[in-house]
Design a protein around this ligand. Structure first.
Ligand SMILES: Nc1ncnc2c1ncn2[C@@H]1O[C@H](COP(=O)(O)OP(=O)(O)OP(=O)(O)O)[C@@H](O)[C@H]1O
Length: 780
């Protein structure tokens, strides 16, 4: 028997031993969990039998309360324990399927013998609980596996560094408890294993990468020092993957201090959210909070405005026609994303601190209780060393005090009497009951009718003034909307003329913005500035429970949004991941984004660059890297495949026939996700109609939450962050992708392909292919 076969048998034996240990643990936990479940059911069923209820006197009530409290605590402790054992069971079942994926033999300096360290999804101890059979991939010692090849190596534990020598490094693929393959690796994480993983079919959900995390990705995952961790990584370099494994790592590393709820991921759309949603549960962790910037904006401003979403903005930008006003709109989109515009708003706020806040009169029954002037006078009489928001709150307090005086005067008014007379029976009873409760609270007894009517009047006035009170508390008397609008009028421009530098296109930006605001529409580019302005005026909103913020596709965010995020999440560290070459939003074209170095000038941060692309085959990367400036830096992972193809034809009938034939071929060769990527939603609808006649096709729009295997038609901006076995570019013609601004969109679409990429062009091909060496694709 060869050494290799010997090793194989020894390893399978180790797998069997581990499986046995897992089974024993599973038995014990299942038994205990069963007992716990029974006792929970029992406790719930007999809850009221086991508490002593006596409400006779205050002392007995106290005892009854304590007795219920104890019973609740007992129940919730059992429920917690049950949840814990359920989690353990799940973790053990995962381990039983594939107990470990790596091993290193590490000899610590000064020791004679190397220790075998098996690494898997979770730790497992032997029966006596004193030896690790498997180490969790996130344990300090496991970092050796990701960071070093055989030879000298070291790892950190709290307050110490442990150095030694890796004598062996081995990787395994184990399925259903059977060893399927095994590689001894020289390099950090062997190519064979990655080859095997990456050649699989794409899935409708993202997969974990713990078995094959690369050294540079490991730096991202285990970084604990930086307040801002910025990752610029080429398409398919594993940014999203690294971010998700990082969440799992942090939850493990700070167990007990950090929960999944303390982390939040901002992602580009709902489709992406559900695409990544299974990774953390697969790693045995709960998902962090996931949101999109748009849903945050909707939640804050959805009641005040009709808000444009980024996808509609994108449809507008990439629409065919030179719609009138498009130049002004593009200028507005770019300018409103900048730090300069934030400075303009800051300058405006500084002026408002001294004069010019627009107040709304507070009215009641059609007449002003407090005029705008009165409020303004009070506001500006307050010490302006206080911030605007402080003074607004002080003004609200003053208004509430004044309102109380006003309220008293109203009691005797005729309208109150009239209302009492007109009251229907139900309302009368309701108000009457309220009075009764006040009377009993105050321990007052009234018998005479006058007094009763007085109380009734008091109650009516109180009720009718309630909305006024709420409006004051919410600071509605400061008219944020009109103040924001004024910024874009001659008045605002005059106010700002000395305080800020305004761009050349300012006049056009102004008229466009005023027009939209007057329709009560808030364009996507106005959402961040408006929220920022409103928060500065009315008091900053902040979410202090979030301790780690993850921003994926960071190239979509502006410097202004970064300033806003810092204010919104003051206690949070940030992991910011993106790719400048996939910046497809108008405000990010040729402008700084959240990834740009200048945004972090003077701020302490760590920047990591990923250049290796894992998603696509080498021939696909060799093709796509030539589509963008600086693409020569991109390193493909060495995985074979067919070269991309380009089918160019003027004949519309032929164009469609060839595309249909290609889809049939892709299906025959076993590809499970085939994406037909279009430029816009409009183009997607056309493609869907055409292809739908022959195939079962799914059309994805911006509301799509999930997708299933098969043929999908979708616009490029929705395909962001996702990947497919095969990609068809629906129309790579120059008239579709010809503007400089469309280059990155085209690149983003092409880089979604894992195994096959096919471009179709109705008419002359895009000029972006002029720079691509013809040897990198087949012309059909
Ligand atoms: N270390 C790894 N081991 C196995 N697979 C990996 C690894 N790194 C990345 N991948 C795979 O490469 C593909 C791309 O990863 P991911 O989506 O995380 O990249 P990305 O940088 O976020 O891409 P993009 O910016 O193009 O959206 C995924 O299929 C992922 O599973």
């Amino acid at each position: 028997m060869t050494k290799r076969n010997d090793d194989w048998l020894i390893e399978q034996k180790y797998v069997d031993n581990v499986k046995l240990a897992i089974e024993r643990k599973l038995d014990t936990i299942t038994e205990n969990a069963g007992d716990l479940k029974e006792s929970i059911i029992e406790l719930r069923r007999n809850f009221w039998d086991d508490v002593t209820i006596n409400l006779d006197d205050i002392h007995e009530v106290g005892e009854t309360f304590t007795s219920i409290k104890q019973q609740v605590e007992l129940l919730s402790e059992r429920e917690r324990a049950h949840k814990q054992s359920y989690k353990q069971l799940q973790s053990l079942r995962r381990l039983a399927y594939s107990p470990f994926f790596g091993r290193i033999d590490f000899r610590e300096n000064g020791e004679e013998q190397a220790e075998k360290i098996y690494i898997g999804l979770a730790s497992l101890m032997d029966e006596s609980e004193d030896q690790f059979l498997i180490y969790d991939w996130r344990a300090p010692i496991s970092s050796l596996y990701y960071n070093y090849s055989p030879g000298p190596a070291e790892y950190e534990v709290p307050n110490a560094t442990i150095a030694g020598e890796i004598e062996l490094k081995r990787q395994y693929i184990i399925k259903n408890g059977r060893l399927k393959s095994m590689f001894d690796t020289g390099v950090t994480i062997g190519d064979e294993m990655l080859q095997e993983v990456l050649s699989n079919n794409a899935n409708t959900q993202m997969k974990t990468i713990v078995a094959t995390i690369q050294k540079e990705q490991n730096q991202i995952i285990r970084n604990e020092k930086s307040k801002y961790l910025i990752v610029q990584g080429v398409a398919g370099s594993g940014k999203t993957s690294a971010a998700l494994q990082r969440v799992a790592y942090l939850l493990y590393r700070y167990r007990g201090q950090l929960q999944a709820d303390n982390m939040m991921l901002f992602s580009p759309n709902f489709l992406f959210n559900s695409y990544v949603a299974t990774v953390l549960p697969e790693l045995g962790e709960e998902n962090m909070q996931q949101t999109t910037f748009q849903s945050y904006v909707e939640q804050r401003l959805g009641r005040e405005f009709t808000i444009e979403d980024p996808f509609d903005q994108m449809e507008y930008i990439y629409s065919d026609h030179e719609a009138s006003g498009k130049t002004a709109r593009m200028a507005a989109i770019r300018y409103k994303a900048t730090d300069e515009f934030k400075k303009v708003i800051d300058a405006y706020l500084a002026l408002l601190s001294h004069q010019g806040i627009i107040f709304k009169a507070i009215t009641f029954r059609g007449a002003a209780i407090f005029s705008a002037n009165e409020i303004s006078e009070h506001f500006y009489s307050l010490d302006n060393a206080n911030s605007i928001s402080n003074r607004l709150h002080l003004t609200a307090e003053w208004l509430l005090r004044e309102l109380a005086i006003f309220q008293k005067k109203e009691w005797k008014n005729d309208w109150v009497k009239a209302e009492i007379e007109l009251m229907d029976k139900e309302e009368y009873l309701r108000v009457f009951r309220e009075i009764e409760s006040i009377k009993s609270e105050d321990d007052v007894t009234f018998n005479d009718f006058d007094m009763e009517e007085k109380l009734l009047a008091k109650q009516i006035v109180k009720q009718r003034l309630k909305p006024v009170k709420i409006a004051i508390k919410k600071l509605f008397f400061a008219d944020v909307k009109r103040m924001y609008r004024r910024l874009f009028t001659d008045d605002g421009t005059r106010m700002l003329s000395r305080a800020a530098d305004l761009p050349d296109e300012w006049a056009d930006i102004c008229s466009l913005t005023v027009e939209e605001l007057d329709k009560n529409e808030l364009k996507h580019e106005d959402a961040t500035p408006y929220l920022y302005f409103s928060d500065q005026l009315r008091g900053k909103k902040s979410n202090t429970t979030i301790r780690h913020l993850f921003i994926d596709e960071a190239q979509d965010y502006s410097p202004f949004q970064f300033a806003f995020f810092k204010q919104l999440f003051p206690n949070s560290r940030m992991t910011i991941l993106g790719d400048g070459n996939q910046a497809i939003f108008a405000h990010t074209m040729n402008s700084p984004t959240l990834l740009s170095p200048e945004v972090f000038a003077g701020v302490e941060h760590t920047r990591i660059t990923l250049k290796r692309s894992y998603r696509s085959t080498r021939p696909i990367v060799e093709f796509t890297k030539r589509l963008i400036a600086g693409g020569e830096e991109i390193e493909p992972f060495n995985r074979d495949g067919e070269k991309p193809t380009l089918t160019e034809t003027n004949d519309k009938k032929q164009f469609l026939e060839k595309m249909l034939l290609r889809i049939s071929l892709l299906q025959e060769s076993g590809h499970q996700t085939i994406a037909v990527i279009c430029k816009t939603a409009k183009e997607s609808r056309i493609a869907f109609r055409e292809l739908g006649e022959q195939f079962n096709v799914q059309l994805m729009d911006k509301a799509a939450q999930t997708f299933s295997k098969g043929i999908l038609v979708l616009p490029a901006y929705l395909a962001k962050g996702i990947e497919f076995d095969a990609v068809i570019i629906y129309n790579a013609a120059d008239e579709r992708y010809g503007q400089a601004a469309e280059r990155k969109l085209f690149y983003t679409a092409c880089t979604r392909a894992m195994h096959e990429l096919h471009l179709f062009s109705a008419g002359p091909r895009t000029r972006f292919l002029d720079e691509v060496d013809e040897s990198t694709y087949h012309l059909l």
